[in-house]
Design a protein around this ligand. Structure first.
Ligand code: NAP
Length: 247
């Protein structure tokens, strides 16, 4: 097991990619805190699956866009686990509209959860990681942050922001035992993309050389690779998991 004795927190660990990341980390031996904001039953289900593997799992409810709430969550997690080794900033939302129809509230919501959320969660754990001279931070960005997308100006801007945040932090923390990386999924089968109409899905598939969407588990395995000792020499990277959509 590659992560025996490690502790991790996955934001948005209740569903989709976050759920798969939390389970993949636990399969490799990590104890995992599952952050969520509203899907309590789903988070409990992830925790039960992890407990069945013989690992510790704790629920860590907080709205990552709310700094005081996130700070309180971090105190609870550190009180339970004693320390945190791995932070996966995965929580994210979209609110798609063409720019002309996009209102300020929709812009703010997506930026607050996707970009401020990564800042807030990293901020509340970084001192402790620096104190132990060890930390692994993985931010979930998106191919959309790399290429932009019709109707996703807010989402694309948030993800490009997280990618730049990743690289800056990687430079600041490299000498201190903390690596900071991103994974950039393409289209992954979760609730987030379940609303894409069939016609658009077919058109997207034609643009993906591997001719399929990815699975949350494929993202989970990439995160394990980065945060285990296999990834010790990787920092500031943005690993594409997109079936070749962007090369
Ligand atoms: P999802 O199935 O919709 O799950 C979103 C997760 O984020 C849920 O666990 C949700 O918690 C949590 N969340 C939302 N707002 C939150 C908040 N304010 N505070 C804390 N948690 C919050 O989405 P997904 O597809 O797994 O996406 C996960 C990440 O991957 C996102 O950052 C997304 O942008 C990125 N991504 C996804 C794709 C894709 O194709 N699916 C592609 C590229 C990147 P609740 O369950 O409590 O609501």
């Amino acid at each position: 097991m590659k992560l025996k004795g490690r502790t991790a927190l996955v934001t948005g660990g209740s569903r989709g990619i976050g759920r798969a990341v939390a389970l993949a980390l636990a399969e490799e031996g990590a104890d995992v805190a599952i952050n969520y904001v509203s899907s309590e039953a789903a988070a409990v289900d992830v925790a039960q699956n992890i407990t069945k593997m013989g690992r510790r799992a704790i629920l860590a409810r907080a709205d990552v866009s709310d700094y005081p709430d996130t700070f309180r969550m971090a105190q609870d997690v550190l009180a339970e686990f004693g320390h945190l080794d791995i932070l996966v900033n995965n929580a994210g939302v979209n609110s798609d509209k063409t720019f002309v129809k996009m209102d300020h509230a929709s812009w703010r919501k997506v930026l607050a959860i996707n970009l401020d959320g990564a800042f807030n969660c990293t901020k509340v754990f970084i001192d402790q990681m620096l104190k132990q001279s060890y930390g692994r931070v993985v931010n979930v960005t998106s191919v959309i942050g790399q290429i932009g997308n019709f109707g996703q100006a807010n989402y694309a801007a948030s993800k490009a922001g997280v990618a730049a945040f990743t690289k800056s932090l990687a430079k600041e923390l490299a000498g201190k035992g903390v690596t900071v990386n991103a994974v950039a999924p393409g289209f992954i089968e979760t609730e987030m993309i379940s609303g894409i109409p069939e016609k658009v899905r077919s058109r997207l598939l034609e643009q993906i050389p591997l001719r399929r969407f990815g699975t949350p588990e494929e993202v989970g395995r990439a995160v394990v690779y980065i945060v285990s000792s296999d990834g010790d020499y990787i920092t500031g990277a943005e690993l594409s998991i997109n079936g070749g959509l962007l090369m």
